[in-house]
Design a protein around this ligand. Sequence first.
Ligand code: ADP
Ligand code: MG
Length: 251
Amino acid sequence: MEKIVEVNDLTKTFYTKDGEMRVLDHINFYVEQGEIFSLLGPSGSGKSTILNILTKLIEPTEGNVVINGTIGYMFQRDHLLDWRTIMDNITIGLEILKRKDQASLDRIERLLKTYGLWDFKDMYPKELSGGMRQRVALIRTLSVDPDILLLDEPFSALDYQTRLMVNDDIYKIIKNEHKTALLVTHDISEAIAMSDRIAVLSKRPATIKCEHEIHFENIQGEKTPFECRKMPEFQQYFDILWKEIDNYDIG
Ligand code: ADP
Ligand code: MG
């Protein structure tokens, strides 16, 4: 499989008025074409910093990243603009890139129809539920047809029930559209339900503690994150990851 992302010996130290702080310490991982790969780590472990380096928002201190393709970035908050309709929110990336061509508009129309949002295209964000807004945000990210999706805790602002539903929605969209995704999360269950492979980050300065491939033997037909949560392996993975993750004891 082609590696879309390669992260080699990545180290990041921030220099602030209070001194220097090492956030990432020789991080290595890759993301293969078609997989959902998760970085699981406690708050403050440097997950967003890794994504910011991948998008070139910030520079690494040491090491390098290789990205074979274009990036779409989806954030924790949906960042929809209140004064633009759903359609105008979705096409904003194309407008910025000056790529609002017919092929792109056709792709957006297909995505909106497939994922149940076409009837809402002329509405405004405040008229939609939190879950629908996250679907809109993902379709906006997909509108420029990126090769890899970077998802920075995209479910954490949603309440629990909505989060379970949106896990399924987003998973289905990523897999149906044959996208590759790098998900960062502090939520063990979400990582297991969503991922093909998980790497566990230690607390700061973050290192990769271990990696796991996630398999569910007895799922018939198409897998959904919700179904995974009911499988016997789910609890086994949870117990393993629970011991590996540094449990929120950073002060
Ligand atoms: P996570 O996304 O895992 O919660 P972050 O990558 O946001 O963690 O942050 C890791 C640590 O780096 C935090 O302690 C944060 O305060 C610090 N940090 C992040 N960005 C900067 C910056 N630009 N300058 C200084 N410190 C930063
Ligand atoms: Mg973060």
